[in-house]
Structure formats: structure tokens, C-alpha cells
Design a protein around this ligand. Structure first.
Ligand SMILES: Cc1cc2nc3c(=O)[nH]c(=O)nc-3n(C[C@H](O)[C@H](O)[C@H](O)COP(=O)(O)O)c2cc1C
Length: 375
């Protein structure tokens, strides 16, 4: 992984075998497996994408959302978010903003720097994003959203996709209408998180709502999203919604081998076998220790020691149960300061592996909480 080289060094990596995914494509790109890593701002940086891809099973990945104006003006953080490597393919960069010209400029920038695809964020519920007219706010005005998306699609040759929610709230479910219009404008795929902006991350995913989006389009793939944490969740998402692929965010933090499990189960799903026919697979302790070191090592390479220690603290609560960290060791990861402390903690996990019997994560990932109006 390069921290100083060109942002994109190799684009020639279309998936070779699309048979398993029933000919799934994103524009000109064949996609080998219908399991996409969803963007999780603050988590899905190059380092995380790299180690999750190495575990196997990721059909496509998307960066954290990046502000269009920051990308073009070249702020250090925006360029860090779009940093990639030859191993990190196929990849979309997700951009956001409420001003068409800004998004068009960002799309030009991405195309001219060799990125494979662009994803437009139309789902973010946070006030700092919607207040600028971006994220889920775009879903409120069908005409405005279509003008913006149409301008981005016509500005570039690379595929443009859109990730959105069902609508702003229960009374404004605009996703099916928007999906239909976007397809006509040339959008290559739609990812749909089955909640409204009003719901934030609360309540359950409305799979009937996702199905309505699937039924609204003629031929582009719809990627279902929300609360998929197991192979069983993914299989039922396919059957209940008719979606062509599934985007997984928090499930990949809870179980870094979820994509691998899905890939291993895929032949059984395609053959119509029951879930019970899929052989059980679990990572060995050695796999788990290697994963921890690989993720932290990649972070340090990308962000340096100081920032990586701070960033890794929030991963510990997710990884703890699955990677067999005793609770007190997990607590010490949450105040991590140095590389040496990291290594000492991993050694302690190695020595005390198997001590932790509770497989539930200590805390759920922090999502915005409280009344949505105040986010
Ligand atoms: C911490 C966090 C950060 C997120 N960042 C983004 C983002 O940058 N862009 C985006 O489109 N969605 C973002 N999302 C939404 C997720 O991509 C996804 O739609 C949502 O979490 C539901 O899927 P999941 O249950 O598989 O996580 C974020 C969600 C969380 C919890």
C-alpha cells in the first residue's frame, strides 16, 4: 500500500468471473460476487478495505463519503479518503454535496484520476450534510435530484451509482420514483438502505420498501442494504426483496469474515440448497491474530502511529467479541496510545485466547441518537 504514490495506480482489475453473481455488472464492470462493502464514514478507509478484501468475498467496495468541494480543492483529508492501491479494486468513490456544479467538478476529478466509478450520497441523515442540501435532503425534490444526477452522469464516462434511503420520512417515500428516473438518466445501479431519514438507524429495515425500488426499475441492479449481519440475513434479503446484490456495513465490523462466509455459501444459494447445507466455517485463532495485526499495520502505514492508535480504539469494541479479546484487554485497546502497546495487547490476547465466552460485542457502533431533528 502506498502512502505517497499516485492515488490510483492500477485500474485493470475487472472481476473475471461473473457467473457466480448471475452476470451482475456495474456499467462496463463485471462483478464477481454480489456482496458490496457499504461506506461507513470513519471506518472504511483503505486500510480496512484492504484487510476485508484479503479475507475474501468482497464483490465491490465504496469509500467513505467525501465532500465534493474538498475533493476538488484537495484538502488533505479528502485526498486521504480516496487513497487506494492496486489491491483495492473494484472501488467506487462516494461524493456528496447539494450543488450540481460541485458534484460535476468532483466527478471530472475522479474520472481524470482514474477511478472506476462514482457513487452519489443521497442517504446521509446528518444535519451537517443535509443542511448543505446534500445526503438525504436531495430525496425531497425529485426534479432537483434528477437534474443533479443527470448532470453528473452526462459529465463522465465512468459509471455513476446512487445510494439512498427510502425517503425523507414515512409520508415522503420517494425512492421508487427516483430510482426509475435515475435509471432513465443512465445511473448504473442503486443502493437502497431500507430506512427513511426520519428513522435514522432506528427501527427495522423495511424490506417491502426495498422491493418497491427493485420493482420500479427495468434492468439496472438494485443493491439492498441494512442490518445484514449473517449469511441467513443476506439470503432472506435476496428472496424478500428481489435485489441483485447486498451492501453490508456494520456487519463487516462485527464479523470481518462475513464476506468470506457469504462467498463460501454462494454456490449453495445459487443451487437452491437450504442454509443448513452450508458447512460451518470459523477463523482459527491464528487467523484472528493475523487479522488484527494486518489491520493495524495497514492503518499505521496509511495514517501513522498517533492517528492509527486513536482510530483503532473504536474498532476494538466491534472486534472484541469476534476476535476473542478478554474484556479487560478490549478496554485497554480503547485507550491505545502506541504501536508497542498494540503489540503487547495482541500478545496478551494470544496468551489468554478462549477466556472470553460472551460472543456479543461490548457496544454497538456509535450511530447518531436522539430525535433526528437534532443530528
Ligand atoms: C458510522 C456510520 C457511518 C456511515 N457512513 C456512511 C457514508 O459515508 N456514506 C453512506 O452512504 N452511508 C453511510 N452509512 C450508512 C451505511 O452505509 C449503511 O447504509 C447503514 O449502516 C445500513 O447498513 P448496515 O446495517 O449494513 O450497516 C454510515 C453508517 C454508519 C453507522
Amino acid at each position: 500500500m502506498s502512502t505517497s504514490g499516485p492515488l490510483v495506480t492500477d485500474l485493470a482489475s475487472p472481476a473475471e468471473n461473473t457467473a457466480a453473481s448471475g452476470g451482475l455488472r456495474l456499467g462496463p464492470h463485471p462483478v464477481a460476487l454480489p456482496y458490496f462493502l457499504a461506506p461507513l464514514a470513519g471506518y472504511t478507509h483503505l486500510s480496512f478495505r484492504t484487510v476485508i478484501r484479503r479475507n475474501g468475498g468482497v464483490g465491490w467496495a465504496t469509500t467513505d463519503l467525501v465532500q465534493a468541494t474538498h475533493l476538488v480543492s484537495g484538502t488533505r483529508w479528502a485526498r486521504e479518503l480516496v487513497r487506494t492501491s492496486p489491491e483495492d479494486t473494484p472501488l467506487s468513490v462516494q461524493i456528496y454535496g447539494g450543488v450540481t456544479d460541485h458534484l460535476v467538478a468532483a466527478a471530472h476529478w475522479l474520472e481524470s484520476h482514474g477511478y472506476a466509478a462514482i457513487d452519489i450520497n443521497m442517504g446521509c441523515p446528518m444535519a451537517k450534510i443535509t443542511g448543505q442540501g446534500g445526503g438525504a435532503r436531495l430525496m425531497c425534490r425529485v426534479d432537483g435530484a434528477c437534474d443533479l444526477v443527470g448532470a453528473v452522469v452526462s459529465a463522465v464516462k465512468i459509471p455513476v451509482t446512487v445510494k439512498m434511503r427510502l425517503g425523507w420520512d414515512r409520508d415522503r417515500i420517494t425512492a421508487p420514483t427516483l430510482a426509475r428516473e435515475f435509471e432513465q438518466l443512465g445511473v448504473a445501479a442503486i443502493t437502497i438502505h431500507g430506512r427513511t431519514r426520519q428513522q435514522g438507524f432506528h427501527g427495522s429495515v423495511d424490506r417491502t420498501g426495498i422491493r418497491a425500488v427493485v420493482e420500479a426499475v427495468e434492468r439496472i441492479p438494485v443493491i439492498g442494504n441494512g442490518d445484514v449481519k449473517t449469511v441467513g440475513d443476506a439470503w432472506s434479503m435476496f428472496t424478500e426483496t428481489g435485489c441483485r446484490a447486498i451492501a453490508i456495513g456494520r456487519g463487516a465490523l462485527l464479523d470481518p469474515w462475513l464476506f468470506k462466509r457469504l462467498a463460501q455459501a454462494e454456490p449453495y444459494r445459487l443451487a437452491g440448497e437450504p442454509l443448513s447445507a452450508v458447512p460451518e466455517w470459523t477463523p482459527t485463532p491464528a487467523d484472528q491474530f493475523a487479522f488484527l495485526r494486518a489491520h493495524f499495520g495497514a492503518m499505521v502505514e496509511q495514517h501513522g502511529e498517533f492517528s492509527s492508535c486513536r482510530q483503532f480504539r473504536k474498532f476494538a469494541a466491534w472486534y472484541g467479541a469476534r476476535l476473542g479479546m478478554p474484556e479487560d484487554v478490549e478496554a485497554r485497546f480503547r485507550i491505545l496510545e502506541t504501536n508497542a502497546q498494540f503489540e503487547a495487547l495482541v500478545r496478551e490476547i494470544e496468551a489468554r485466547h478462549g477466556e472470553r465466552t460472551d460472543a456479543r460485542p461490548t457496544i454497538e457502533i456509535r450511530v447518531p441518537n436522539g430525535p433526528v431533528e437534532y443530528w
